[in-house]
Design a protein. Structure first.
Length: 305
C-alpha cells in the first residue's frame, strides 16, 4: 500500500504502572503525566543505549509496532532484545475498538504538536537521550521534525516508507488536492462516534518541516515500499475502500510522486542508506519486520561505535 493507507490497530489491554516500579524492572506500560493533569500512554522495554523511539503512522497506537503479518517476530519485542525501546499513543490513536489511552486534545493536530508532546513525554518518563528515532508514514515526518527541533537529542534515524513534503512537491496543485483528501481520509462516520480521533493538518505539517533547519549528519536508513499502488486503486474504488470520485489511475500518480519523495529523503544526510528492495507495501514494519529490525540494529550499532 501507499502512504494513503489508514489503518486501525488490534485490541490490547494497557497497564498503568508506576514509573518507579518501571525503572526497577526495566519495563513500563502506562500513563505518564505531561503537566497540567494531561497524560499520555507510553510503553518501554529492554535495556541499553541508545534508546530507540518508535513513532507510528496516522492513528496508529504503540501496539502497532508489536504486530506482524507473518510468523516472524514483531519490531518492538525484537528491538528490546538489544537496546531500550519505547513507543507511545498520540492523542486520538484508537486501540482496536477502544479509544486512545492518551488524553484527548483538539483536532486536527500537526507534526509540531506531536514533536512537542513526544519531547515532553520522554522527559517526564525519564527516558534519556540521545535517541534513535524510527518513524513510519506520518511518524516519519514527526521524527524528522523532532531531529531538526532537538538535534542534540537525536543520534540516528530510520524512516519506514515515510510521508514527506516531497510527495506534495512532486505533484501538481490539482493532484495534491486529491492526494491530501486521501491522506486525511473520509472519517466523518468515525469522528461522529469518536470526536477525539486523530486527524492531521498535512499542509501545515509540511510547512513546519520546510521551515525547520536540515538535520545534522547522523546515521540514517530509509526503507521504501516497492509494491506499486497503482494497479490496486480501481478495485479499491469498486469495493468502496476509496471514494468513487478518485480517478482510477491516480495510484500511478502517487507511485511516481512517492518514488521521487523517497529518493529525496535518502539525500537528507551524506551517510545514509536507502533500502528499496523491500518486497512490501506501505506497512513494511508489519509485512517485513526483520528488515526494519535490521535497519534499527544497524543504526544503533553505528551510534554505539
Amino acid at each position: 500500500m501507499s502512504v494513503l493507507l489508514i489503518f486501525l490497530v488490534s485490541l490490547t489491554i494497557s497497564l498503568d504502572v508506576p514509573l518507579t516500579d518501571a525503572a526497577e524492572r526495566g519495563n513500563f506500560a502506562g500513563l505518564v503525566e505531561l503537566g497540567g493533569g494531561r497524560k499520555m500512554y507510553l510503553k518501554c522495554s529492554g535495556r541499553g543505549s541508545p534508546t530507540v523511539v518508535l513513532v507510528g503512522g496516522l492513528r496508529a497506537s504503540a501496539d502497532d509496532w508489536s504486530m506482524s503479518n507473518k510468523s516472524t517476530p514483531a519490531v518492538f519485542p525484537e528491538v528490546a532484545k538489544f537496546t531500550r525501546v519505547c513507543a507511545c499513543d498520540r492523542p486520538g490513536t484508537p486501540v482496536g475498538e477502544k479509544p486512545s489511552r492518551s488524553d484527548p486534545v483538539p483536532q486536527p493536530t500537526t507534526a509540531k504538536d506531536a514533536v512537542v508532546d513526544l519531547h515532553a513525554l520522554l522527559g517526564a518518563a525519564g527516558e534519556a537521550g540521545p535517541y534513535v528515532l524510527v518513524g513510519h508514514s506520518y511518524g516519519g515526518l514527526i521524527v524528522r521534525l523532532y531531529a531538526s527541533t532537538y538535534p542534540k537529542d537525536v543520534s540516528g534515524l530510520v524512516l519506514v516508507d515515510a510521508l514527506s513534503e516531497g510527495l506534495q512537491d512532486a505533484e501538481t496543485p490539482e493532484q495534491w488536492t486529491i492526494q491530501r483528501k486521501l491522506i486525511e481520509g473520509d472519517v466523518r462516520e468515525s469522528v461522529a462516534e469518536y470526536p477525539a480521533l486523530e486527524r492531521i493538518d498535512v499542509d501545515r505539517s509540511f510547512n513546519q518541516i520546510r521551515a525547520a533547519p536540515p538535520p545534522r549528519s547522523i546515521p540514517l536508513v530509509v526503507l521504501s515500499a516497492d509494491r506499486p499502488w497503482g494497479p490496486q486503486v480501481p478495485s479499491m474504488i469498486v469495493a468502496g475502500k476509496l471514494p468513487a470520485d478518485i480517478p482510477p489511475d491516480f495510484g500511478y500518480v502517487t507511485d511516481a510522486a512517492q518514488k521521487k519523495a523517497q529518493e529525496r529523503l535518502a539525500k537528507l544526510v551524506s551517510n545514509e542508506k536507502h533500502i528499496t528492495n523491500t518486497n512490501s507495501g506501505h506497512e513494511i514494519h508489519k509485512e517485513q519486520p526483520q528488515l526494519v529490525i535490521d535497519a534499527i540494529r544497524e543504526v544503533v550499532e553505528a551510534v554505539r561505535s
